[in-house]
Design a protein around this ligand. Structure first.
Ligand SMILES: [Zn+2]
Length: 469
């Protein structure tokens, strides 16, 4: 039995208890990148929100089928390929590869499907034909348009004012402003120098909005559970997806729509002209830890604006180190027998608060708050009467559950790797040296470890160590 979770649904504007259409199987579509450059931290905030969503659903007992499209044909990719004089495929392949590298770096779980728009042209053409049969399209200068006046519920997602619409006004661009509600292009007539496909709609190429509807319904069915994106996708992109899909099928397209708010940098809109525009690669080149970047980008609930600051990034790094050091201390401090200082109630309180936060429209801030309370209690217990073996195992299981969702525990903290065996051996030698009153040797070992950034701490329960950065 999967656990309950509530979402604020953009479509209904209400917080609802989530119920998948098909038992405990969640089908979700996440608008993917337009592969014409490297993803910036604003894009990555949305992809990380979707990753936490996916991981939470799984941790709560749902099976997830996630589709993330790769937009490899639209106004931007065509322009980029033409500027470099390479084929569209060659141009977009580079950024598809970079995108997957970024996801790996940030520990984003793989979706089940990553369809490329150019692999679904026949499905897109078929969808336009269905719309034409039902009277929702017209052709002008070789391009096929969606007639929004024929779809009375147009605007239900974004709440745009349809009184502003001038009948017959059209737009060919993939992206346009909210004030500019017009009939949008489904299939664009071919232009010189642009990639084009021969089809029953004439020679041309798909519009961006059509691509997502066709790929989503092909891979997930005509009605499915969750569709996500950033707030700037609400209009026109998602409004147009609903219109195309529901006009073609006569069925509800998606039940729950979730949108991540914008990211700003040091209080300002991120813009290349302001010099505050960052890709993941930019931050890594400055020496920042990918886990700290992940921590910062998921720490603010997705419906709230996230103000990315370098102070915030340093605080995130400190949080990662606190997790790492506490878990290592926990693992390497000998267990005590008897009562111990940490009670099961403290762990239960953490688990219920952590899950309650996520069940509340993915309130990650509440979940991380509960984590830090627990870390404080663990450290207090280790400083005091110690922790029993049974409690230590319970704690490690609770932290593993937390990490299944958050993905922020440094690798090597759970299981010894790399130089840890060597460090442990030196510490054992130092303990033996002290016992033999060979203090010079003991101090030399401490100095040698300090030079490697390893700090030792002698506690009533033995020597523990942590890395200092
Ligand atoms: Zn999309």
């Amino acid at each position: 039995m999967a656990r309950q979770i509530r979402f604020l649904n953009t479509l209904s504007r209400r917080t609802e208890t989530f119920e998948p259409l098909d038992d405990a199987h969640v089908r979700m579509y996440t608008c993917g990148p337009t592969v014409y450059n490297f993803a910036h931290i604003g894009n990555l905030r949305t992809f990380l929100f979707e990753d936490v969503l996916r991981r939470t659903l799984q941790a709560f007992g749902y099976r997830v089928t996630q589709v993330m499209n790769l937009t490899d044909i639209d106004d931007k990719t065509i322009k980029g390929a033409a500027a470099e004089g390479v084929s569209l495929r060659e141009f977009t392949d580079r950024y598809v590869q970079a995108f997957f590298e970024d996801l790996r770096t940030l520990r984003v779980q793989r979706a089940e499907h990553y369809p490329r728009a150019t692999d679904f042209i026949p499905e897109m053409v078929a969808l336009v034909q269905r719309l034409t049969e039902r009277g929702y399209t017209y052709v002008q200068d070789g391009s096929t348009y969606f007639r929004i006046a024929a779809f009375p519920s147009y605007g239900k997602l974004s709440g745009i004012d349809l009184n502003q619409v001038r009948p017959g006004a059209r737009v060919d661009a993939d992206e346009y402003e909210k004030e500019d509600v017009r009939d949008f292009v489904l299939w664009k007539a071919s232009k010189d120098g642009e990639p084009a496909w021969d089809s029953r709609l004439g020679r041309g190429r798909p519009g961006w909005h059509l691509e997502c509807s066709a790929m989503a319904m092909t891979l997930l069915g005509e009605s499915f559970d969750i569709h996500t994106g950033a707030v700037d996708n609400i209009f026109p992109h998602h409004e147009n997806e609903i219109a195309q899909s529901e006009a073609a099928t006569g069925k509800a397209f998606v039940h729950t729509w979730l949108h991540a708010e914008h990211l700003i940098v040091e209080g300002q809109k991120m813009a290349k002209s302001l010099g505050n525009f960052f890709t993941l690669r930019d931050l890594l080149a400055q020496g920042h830890n990918p886990l700290a970047i992940r921590y910062l980008l998921i720490s603010v609930p997705y419906r709230q604006k996230l103000n990315f600051t370098f102070d915030g990034l340093h605080a995130a790094q400190a949080a990662i180190e606190r997790i790492e050091n506490t878990l290592r201390r926990l693992a390497h401090t000998p267990a005590v027998t008897g009562a111990g200082a940490l009670a099961a109630a403290a762990i239960e309180e953490f688990e219920s608060e952590f899950d309650a936060g996520l069940a509340d429209d993915l309130n990650t801030a509440r979940g991380l708050g509960a984590l830090h309370v627990l870390l404080t209690r663990i450290n207090q217990a280790l400083d005091g009467e110690g922790i029993t073996g049974a409690m230590r195992e319970r704690l490690q299981a609770a932290m593993a559950h937390m990490d299944d969702v958050m993905g922020i525990v440094p690798s090597g903290t759970r299981v010894a790797t790399g130089d840890e065996a060597e460090i442990e051996a030196l510490i054992a030698e130092r303990v033996a040296a002290r016992a033999a009153r060979a203090f010079a040797r003991a101090d030399a070992i401490r100095g040698e470890l300090a030079a490697r950034g390893i700090v030792l701490e002698d506690t009533p329960h033995g020597t523990v160590w942590r890395r200092q950065r």
